[in-house]
Ligand binder design. Structure first.
Ligand code: OGA
Ligand code: NI
Length: 358
């Protein structure tokens, strides 16, 4: 596999191969700084004993999902040491030799562990300046074994503040982030005017699909010509992103691209994804985002994509349909089918949603 990491490390690389020359179209304008601050959600308030505090944060969640589809989450309870460790391990994975990584080279989109480059290298006409590792961590947990080192000996005490004796960084990260997502989705269930556990039950989150993705964006000699990930929306419900402090994520807000930067330390960046748009009958649109690259430093992000159960059929919730004011806007589709369609093609804005729009 021709990883961008290997390409970026080749001596005297002054320009990018034409395969990576991404021609931006008219809607692909440069980003600017946000005019309004990115919304912040204090996760701890979602479980507050004070009903006023809880309803306040649910209103904020509603506004963030409606107006942005993007927000940062603070006081989420996931230990900083665990977040750091996951970032570190992701970096270590990419530093393995090509031969070692070869074992996980991508085949099928539902393979539990997939290492690859670009988005879908079998279909992409222009390659993204990005290598990735995608691991399905729920409902069945998978993890690359050694030498990845996602396995971690708790006895070495580097992971402080963990309450369980689980010895896997990735397993722990998967469990802890899933708790955050379940909390957010129960708040979102309420903000949509549904029972707190409605989303959980309707979309069978008990066996919800969770994929952990490590993205590597090495320095690029012509960052303005290449793209890390082109504009797209994610397939699931909510995506949690952390990165190594290097900016590069951009989101579309009010029709303009903005840089996601100066976010709060140890926060999760959360974006709404396609299944939430469908389920909410368009009330909460999935946010379009992209990743740009730079010519100085490597950016690494660790992304946790959280979706319904693979066999859940996703459709607008009955209560959110009103034949006169809010007619059904999306046709039902099994999440597995949607996922295969999204992952098995080139990525292109929100065109995947067109396949289920009424
Ligand atoms: C993704 C994604 C953004 C980033 O993996 O779907 O949008 O910051 N990543 O790496
Ligand atoms: Ni994405």
């Amino acid at each position: 596999m021709n990883s961008v990491k290997a390409l970026a490390e080749s001596p005297d690389l002054n320009s990018i191969p034409s395969l990576y020359a991404y021609s931006k179209n008219a809607t692909d304008s440069p980003a600017s700084d946000p005019q309004d601050p990115i919304p912040t959600i204090d996760f701890s308030l979602l479980t507050s004993a004070d009903p006023d505090q809880r309803s306040q944060v649910i209103q904020e969640l509603d506004k963030a999902c409606k107006d942005w589809g993007f927000f940062q989450v603070i006081n989420h309870g996931v230990p900083e040491s665990l977040m750091k460790m996951v970032m570190e391990k992701a970096g270590e994975f990419f530093n393995l030799t090509g031969e070692e990584k070869q074992d996980f080279q991508e085949k099928d989109v539902l393979d539990p562990i997939r290492y690859g480059t670009s988005f879908n290298s079998k279909k992409d006409k222009v390659f993204c300046w990005r290598d990735f590792l995608k691991v399905i961590v729920h409902p069945e947990f998978h993890s690359p074994n050694t030498p990845l080192g996602f396995r971690f000996d708790i006895k070495s005490q580097r992971l402080k503040g963990l309450t369980c004796d689980c010895s896997e960084v990735l397993l722990e990260y998967s469990n802890r982030t899933r708790e955050v997502v379940r909390g957010l989705l129960s708040g979102i269930s309420t903000s949509l005017g549904l029972d707190q556990s409605y989303v959980e039950k309707a979309l069978k989150l008990e066996s919800g699909l969770q994929i952990c993705i490590a993205n590597l964006y090495p320095p690029c000699p012509q960052p303005e010509v290449a793209i890390g990930l082109p504009p797209h929306s994610d397939h699931g419900l909510l995506t949690l992103v952390i990165n190594n402090g290097v900016s590069g994520l951009q989101i579309k807000h009010d029709g303009k691209w903005i840089d996601v930067k100066d976010t709060l330390p140890n926060s999760f960046l959360v974006n709404t994804a396609d299944q939430l748009e469908i389920f909410s009958n368009g009330k909460y649109k999935s946010v379009e985002h992209r990743a740009v690259v730079n010519d100085v430093v490597t950016r690494i992000s660790v992304v946790v994509a959280n979706g319904p159960a693979l066999d859940a059929v996703v459709r607008p919730a009955d209560k959110l349909v009103d034949e006169e004011r809010r007619p059904v806007a999306y046709i039902p589709m099994k999440y597995e089918e949607y996922l295969k369609m999204q992952q098995g093609n080139q990525i292109n804005g929100k065109t995947c949603l067109d396949r289920v729009r009424v």
